[in-house]
Each structure stands twice: as structure tokens, then as C-alpha cells.
Design a protein around this ligand. Sequence first.
Ligand SMILES: NC(=O)c1ccc[n+]([C@@H]2O[C@H](COP(=O)([O-])OP(=O)(O)OC[C@H]3O[C@@H](n4cnc5c(N)ncnc54)[C@H](OP(=O)(O)O)[C@@H]3O)[C@@H](O)[C@H]2O)c1
Length: 362
Amino acid sequence: MKAAVLNAFGSPLAIETVPDPQLGTGEVIVDVMASRVLAYANEVLSGARKYLLEPPVVPGPGAIGRISAAGPDATRLRPGDWVYCDPTVRSRDNALSPDIALQGLTAGSEGGLHLQRYFHDGAWAEQMRVPTENAVPIGDIDEKDAARWCALGTLLVPYGGFLAGQLQAGEIALVNGATGSFGSAAVAVALGMGAQCVVATGRNEQALAELTRRFGGRVRTVPMGGDEADDRARILQAAPGPVDCVLDILPPAANAVQVRTAILAVRPYGRVVLMGGVGAGLDLPYSWMMRNCITLRGQWMYPPHAAVLMAGLIRSGQVDLDQFEIATFHLDRANEAVAHAAAHSGPFKMTVIEPRSGRPAG
Ligand SMILES: NC(=O)c1ccc[n+]([C@@H]2O[C@H](COP(=O)([O-])OP(=O)(O)OC[C@H]3O[C@@H](n4cnc5c(N)ncnc54)[C@H](OP(=O)(O)O)[C@@H]3O)[C@@H](O)[C@H]2O)c1
């Protein structure tokens, strides 16, 4: 089969013919129809991000595809079924604390790296092999919509956060870092989950205004100026009531004070989920957390069942895939796709590789 191969960090992807993946027990082979390209894929492939990924490797985290073959332990999946290939591969030999590898992207630990050496290759290929439980059925879709359904990969990240934060319909959510790719998706997800209102923070006022244009009055935007007390006062003023759940998804480059500003806006007994990447300096007041019974939760990715529920939110119209503006590239143009993704990042923008476009079905 044809694949885009990273032979060494910093070298361009080579479009090569590689052996077809071989099916084992507990695995499925998927015909890859579409795979998202992260805005920072260029930094992963150059080695700048120092992700735990070992070339030579076929990159590509997650895909929309069709089952080509299922192992003997698959009780429901059939060839032809449309699935979301969840890149979140969990080790099966520790139910309490599984190691995680993001197939085709990185590993969370040494244990995750061990796992990744087996589930090594990602989705930028005509086929990929994934653990059976990572091929999540999404129901029938039109082939032309496969690229659009890749938005699952973006939407599921904040959905995992709100599931961890137990966001209930009718509550008020705060998304800290709402102008980014995952942050803007978090706004769409919270609304889709039935939030009464989403308070959306960011520095980019144009991007904040765009959120209001898209979603209307259920989104209240707060431009962050950098003064902790002032920013928090404006958050509390914008919210129509106490903030029940805070989701932080600011990147490592952001300042920890920006994160604390949002965290301390949560109501007593409220929940805070940390999904971004800021470094030192959070410096949370212990007694405030203790006396207000605050729940503080970190979350990486999302639980295995999240993709099933998100597919339901999409099919019911609660989350609208048409929000996304999509650019598609054939596998032969994988390097162009990576460059395009970097140059066209931002809210509701998505770059997708379609490895099998132009091929006859089956
Ligand atoms: N936990 C998980 O499972 C998970 C999964 C995927 C990604 N992530 C993390 O999610 C985070 C956001 O990813 P993304 O792709 O959405 O990021 P992004 O689009 O690059 O940035 C998000 C927003 O952060 C703000 N920002 C950027 N640089 C900043 C700076 N120097 N100071 C203050 N604010 C800054 C910007 O908004 P303004 O300019 O409007 O302030 C930007 O729109 C990353 O840390 C990523 O690693 C977590």
C-alpha cells in the first residue's frame, strides 16, 4: 500500500510503497478515508516538539475509515462499517492505570512508548491497523463527508474535558482559551451538551467576536487583558450566574496567571478541568480550594465511549460539523497538507489527508 513515511525527524515525508498491515487477534484493519492534520504537525515532524515517536513511522493521529478486516474477537464490526479510528491507544494489562500512546503522534510515558512500538503507524496511509476497541462505529455516512467527520478528533478533546468535569445541561461553562482550535471546539461542544451559557475567554477580540457571530447570545466573550483581578471581575460580570465548570485549554506558551484567573472564577463546589499545557506558576490558594470544595481534574484525551456519544450529538444536530472549513489533500501531497495546516490554523479550520481519494471503492 501507499503511505507517507517520516524516515527521520526534519526530513520531508516520503510517499512510499510499504507492506500492507497484517491482522492479528484484537485488531482490525481499516481502509483510511480521511485523516486530520494538526496545525502543529510540522513541529512534530521536525522534531521541535520532542514527541515520543520513533521514525521510520507513518504519522497521522486518528482517521475516519471503513473496516477492511476484523479479528476473530470482534463480535459486531463488519467489513465496510464506517468507523472513527481513535488514536488513544491504552495498554490492556493495567485496568487501573493504563499506559497511553497516541497512535501516529506520541506516547505519554515510557510504557506508552512500548505500546507505540507495536501500534506504531498512524493514518497517513491507505490502510492502518488499530486495536479493535479503537475502531468506533459511527454509522453510515456519505463518503464525501468522511473529511468533515474528521472533526471528531478535535471535538472529542474538549468533550473528554467536559465529561471529566461532569458538565450538566443547564449549567454555565467557562472555556479558557476559547479562540484556539481546541478552545473554539470546546465552545461548540459545551453548547451541544446543553450548557445554559458558555463564557469564552481569549486575547484575540476578532476571534471572540466570531464566536458570538457563530453561536449567538449563549456565548459571552471576555477579552483577557492580563490583569488577574480585572480579568476575573469581567468574567464574573459576563456570566449570567455562578460558573459551574471551568475548562482550561491554553497552550504551553500562555501564562499560568491566565489559567489561575479562570480557575478562581468557578463557584464554590464547582469543577475545574485542566487540558492545556502551561508550565510553572499556577500557585493555587490551598485554603480557597479546601473551603470551597473545589474539584480540580486533569484530563488527557477522552474515554473510549466518548466517540459514540459525540457521533450521537452530531447526528442529533446538537454539534454541527458544517461549522468546520475543510481543505483536503491527497496522500501524494502530504507535505503540502502539513504546510497548509500550519499556515491555516485557528477556530473551525481543518486540513485533511484523503489517502484513497480517486480510488475505486472496496
Ligand atoms: N489534554 C488533551 O487531551 C489535549 C489534546 C490536544 C491538545 N491539547 C492542548 O490544547 C492546547 C491548545 O491547543 P490549540 O491547538 O487549540 O492551541 P492554539 O490554537 O495554538 O492556541 C490556543 C489559544 O491560546 C492563546 N495563546 C496562544 N499563545 C499564547 C500566549 N503566548 N499567551 C497567551 N495565550 C496564548 C491564543 O488565544 P488568544 O491569542 O486569543 O489569547 C490561541 O488561540 C495545547 O496546549 C495542546 O497541547 C490538550
